[in-house]
Design a protein around this ligand. Structure first.
Ligand code: ADP
Length: 947
């Protein structure tokens, strides 16, 4: 195929050399020709001289005519052609020709072929014959040497001489006109078929030839026609796909003039890429039908090849254009992402970002972590940017590089400064503050501070969370708070494994990332409300996190590399320490904040809450005064719970109302006269007093003091500026809003909380007990009354939402009371014959706990003996069947509650003496406290009037 192409190219060169002979003519006349090349040809070039010869013997009619009439017609044709280039020797006269061996392909009539003649004698002979104006030679294809293939014979072609050469030549060849000789290049044009008859001379090989003619055929033979059409249509198809072929077709057509069946066959064979044997076969075939059939085979094959070629070309083109498209889109995407600052999938930029993050802290990062980071960075480069794995790795690296490895905030070991900060934020809380100062002192002595777990327990609103924040400030540590109330998923603490979609590290890793230091203060809120996990136990996970023994190598599932939490200071908060899982509680240092008594609340309200609220409301201190009596009333009647959150809310409510009043008055003041307001200054605030002024226009905004001036028309031109100054002056003089116990109701409404104390003096069968709840301490009454009496009817009825513990306490109390009564008054058959009912109000509140035993006994005995207990007495303590009093919890809370209820005498179990002694003096103040370990002591305190 390649050879053919080269040969074809060469023929173009040859045409170039003869360009001067081209003559432009119009449309090809032949219908056959038109069929092959189509109708859209603009113009054709033909070589006149060649045309004169090309018609030779191809038309069967002509041929037969010629055979019959000798060479008369041809002589006429030559004449017409010789009008342009006269030739002295006619082709048909060439019966002895120099034999020119062709190594690649036979020469077909009508085709050009450049040949390189290396044999000097042959070349000389050719030049000679051209000079003699008999420019013809016989071109014969060389037979392949047996056992060798094409290229071999090419090498030997020049060595072949005389007889050897003669034997190697195919007998049938072509009469070739020598059109030009340049150096050793000879350009030939095929004329007519020849057959060697004998050798004339050896060097150069000269042979005698016969001129061959096609076997006469019937032009109208259908089969011939059909075959020829098939060849033509196949050629047309091939021509469509190959523009190169098209050129050939054109050139050929120009040379041969009209197409005839034998010409079609020659043309098809010549331009096909068939091998030389097949071409020689076509050349040798004189039966036109057979020749056409041979050609048809060749062109059909050619058609197939061109189809394959086309599909290969198409596939490659598609691939290239697909790739180009992809490349283009990718480039566009990159540009868009760059524009939007989302250059996320640019791996190099990404790793560059991570490395940039790493560089400053590289020395501080532990070696094993650094190794993991490096591995992940390498992995990132290998992953496809759109794969999910890539995202996982990227996120992972993001976390790894963002953590504050080895970064610590400079700690404050200055005890005095810390004390100042703590006092600044919170009133009281001496225990907590002392504990923090101790911690700082130890840190100062050791040079480093160590992570610890402090647990602040107490009712809501006592400042557990806010003291946590304050401790962080005092220690100069970053503060992070998270609540574990209701947390049941271990993954919240320990993180998810990276393989899950949307996996996240645990809270602690998130904390470190967000605070940016490895020694923050972490406040874990509501640790007593930790949920029960269904898969894994959150409490154990918390333990792993908090335990100083374990957390130096805390392993988060997501992070998968151990992190050091030993420098973190954990502060937990809880309402009820009993609810904290034991192993956790074990490792904590519990500091309980019991709640505040009125006095403490006063201080807190005055020095902390009021100030803070005033600032947040934007009110100046001189604009408001809340009297002590108002505050006291607020605390006593509205905010009796242990904490101060409600107190804070109420104060905020008051200040919001004051702010509104001030703004209203200020608004009134602009247009209204200040006179009324000045008066208000003296009076108490009365919201309605100054609101009925209606003012229109700027002139009216003058105050009363300046009314006369304003009235004077001469002064109408007082500038607006001045007016403004006046009004702001007036605003500064705004009166003080006074909040007193008498007008407190205007600000906070009616008291919601009257008193826990229902009785001035408890009646028979009623005794005041002291209880303790998550909300703090409180007093509660236990009442017993008689239901019915009758021989052997002694029984006990219980109500008041009592839990199992209290129900048992009641049973025990019933038994003990009966025994005591039997001792004190053997005649009294009360318990044996009376059905009694014990109730603990309020009935809607569930109650439980082991501290009501002694109160129940006292209540039952009071009923049995029909004797009320001594006034202002409250008691707490569990009693055994042998009347021993067991210790209770929440001494401080209960003491505070008792004081709130104006109890004078309190009975505590002896075992709680220590707890009571530890209480601050102001809490204990004015209380008559008795510590007992046997019920008989309580009996004396309750019923002995001398007490
Ligand atoms: P808890 O966490 O115990 O429920 P918070 O810490 O939220 O309570 O405290 C509620 C509010 O009471 C906070 O605004 C806090 O500043 C204030 N507070 C509590 N105790 C004190 C105190 N001793 N001194 C000053 N303010 C306090």
């Amino acid at each position: 195929m390649l050879k053919t192409l080269t040969a074809r190219c060469s023929s173009h060169v040859a045409f170039g050399a003869h360009a001067r002979r081209y003559v432009h003519v119009g449309e090809p006349a032949s219908p056959l020709l038109r069929r092959i090349i189509g109708q859209n040809k603009r113009g054709l070039y033909i070589i006149r001289r060649f045309c004169s010869d090309s018609t030779d013997g191809t038309d069967p009619d002509d041929a037969s005519a010629r055979v019959k009439s000798g060479d008369g017609d041809e002589a006429a044709e030559s004449k017409s052609s010789s009008a342009i280039v006269p030739t002295l020797v006619r082709p048909e006269d060439c019966l002895t020709v120099v034999a020119l061996p062709l190594s690649h392909r036979p020469l077909f009539p009508g085709f050009y072929m450049p040949v390189y003649v290396k044999d000097p004698k042959l070349l000389a002979a050719l030049i000679e014959s051209r000079k003699r104006q008999a420019p013809y030679a016989g071109a014969f294809l060389l037979k392949d040497e047996e056992g060798t293939e094409g290229s071999d014979s090419e090498k030997n072609i020049y060595d072949l001489k005389g007889k050897d050469l003669f034997n190697r030549l195919h007998e049938v060849g072509t009469l070739a006109q020598i059109t030009s000789i340049q150096g050793d290049q000879v350009v030939l044009i095929g004329h007519r078929r020849l057959q060697i008859t004998e050798m004339v001379s050896e060097d150069p090989l000269t042979v005698k030839v016969d001129h061959l003619k096609e076997i006469p055929y019937d032009k109208d033979d259908d089969i011939l026609k059909a075959t020829s059409f098939e060849v033509i249509s196949t050629l047309r198809d091939v021509l469509k796909t190959s523009p190169l072929w098209r050129d050939h077709a054109q050139t050929y057509i120009q040379h041969v003039g009209d197409f005839t069946y034998p010409r079609v066959a020659d043309f098809g064979a010549a331009i096909s890429g068939a091998n030389k044997q097949q071409c020689q076969q076509v050349l040798e075939e004189l039966d036109v039908h057979k020749r056409l059939k041979l050609t048809l085979e060749l062109v059909k094959k050619e058609m197939e090849i061109s189809k394959i070629q086309e599909s290969i070309a198409k596939a490659i083109e598609e691939k290239i254009s697909g790739e180009q498209r992809r490349y283009l889109l990718n480039e566009q995407l990159k540009a868009i992402k760059k524009e939007l600052g989302l250059e996320t999938d640019d791996k190099t930029a990404l790793s560059g970002k991570f490395r940039e993050r790493l560089d400053p802290k590289k020395e501080k990062i532990p070696a094993h972590v650094l190794q993991v980071i490096e591995e992940e960075l390498t992995k990132l480069q290998l992953l496809e940017a759109s794969s999910s794995e890539f995202n996982v790795t990227r996120n992972y690296l993001d976390w790894l590089t963002a953590l504050p490895w080895g970064e610590y905030s400079d700690e404050n070991f200055d005890v005095l400064r810390a004390q100042e900060i703590l006092d600044e934020d919170h009133y009281g809380l001496t225990d907590v503050k002392e504990r923090i100062l101790e911690f700082i002192a130890v840190g100062k002595l050791r040079g480093t501070s160590q992570g610890k777990i402090v647990c602040l327990s107490g009712p809501p609103g006592v400042g557990k969370t806010s003291i946590g924040r304050s401790i962080a400030r005092a220690l100069n540590r970053k503060f992070y708070r998270f609540s574990v109330g209701g947390l049941s998923d271990v993954a919240e603490i320990k993180g998810h494994r990276r393989t899950y979609i949307g996996a996240m590290p645990g809270k602690m890793v998130q904390c470190l990332k967000s605070v940016g230091t490895a020694n923050p203060l972490v406040l874990i809120d509501e640790i007593d409300k930790l949920g029960r996990g269904h898969a894994g136990d959150p409490a154990s996970a918390m333990l792993e996190l908090l335990d100083p023994e374990q957390n130096a190598n805390f392993l988060d599932h997501y992070l998968d590399v151990p992190i050091d939490l030993s420098k973190v200071l954990f502060v937990c908060t809880a309402n009820v320490i009993e609810n904290i899982p034991n192993p956790l509680l074990d490792r904590m240092e519990v500091i309980s904040i019991a709640g505040y008594i009125t006095d403490e609340k006063m201080h807190i309200a005055r020095d902390y809450l009021e100030k803070a609220t005033r600032d947040t409301c934007g009110i100046k201190p001189e604009q408001v005064e809340v009297t002590d009596s108002a505050l006291l009333a607020l605390i006593e009647n509205y905010c009796r719970e242990a904490g101060v959150r409600n107190l804070q809310k109420q104060i905020e409510k008051i200040y919001r109302k004051i702010a509104l009043q001030l703004v209203r008055q200020g608004g009134n003041m602009e247009p209204a006269n200040v006179g009324t307001q000045v008066q208000l200054d003296e009076d108490k605030v009365d919201s309605g007093s100054s609101s009925n002024e209606s003012v229109v226009g700027a002139e009216a905004s003058e105050n009363a003091a300046e009314a006369e001036i304003v009235d004077s028309p001469a002064n109408q031109d007082v500038t607006l500026e001045d007016e403004k100054n006046e009004t702001s002056e007036a605003a500064k003089k705004v009166e003080k809003v006074l909040v007193d116990s008498s007008n407190l109701v205007d600000f906070v409404g009616k008291p919601v909380f009257h008193a826990e104390r229902i009785y001035e003096r408890t009646p028979v069968g009623v005794v005041m007990g002291l209880a303790w709840t998550a909300m703090g301490g409180s007093t509660l009454y236990i009442e017993t009354s008689q239901v019915e009496q009758g021989e052997g009817k002694g029984s006990l009825n219980l109500t008041g939402q009592l839990g199992d513990v209290m129900k048992e306490s009641a049973q025990i109390a019933h038994t003990v009371a009966r025994a005591i009564l039997l001792e004190k008054d053997p005649e009294n058959q009360f318990f044996a014959n009376t059905k009694i009912h014990l109730h603990v109000p309020a009935g809607a509140t569930p109650k439980d706990g082991p501290s009501a035993g002694c109160t129940m006994i006292t209540s039952m005995l009071s009923l049995a003996m029909n004797k009320p207990v001594n006034k202002d007495l409250a008691m707490t303590g569990e009693v055994t069947l042998t009347r021993k009093i067991l210790p209770i919890g929440g001494v401080k809370e209960k003491t505070i509650a008792a004081r709130r209820s104006e109890v004078k005498t309190i009975v505590f179990p002896s075992a709680n003496r220590r707890d009571f002694d530890e209480l601050a003096g102001n809490v204990k103040e004015g209380l008559d406290v008795h510590f007992v370990d046997d019920y008989s002591q309580i009996y004396a305190l309750a019923f002995d009037e001398s007490q």
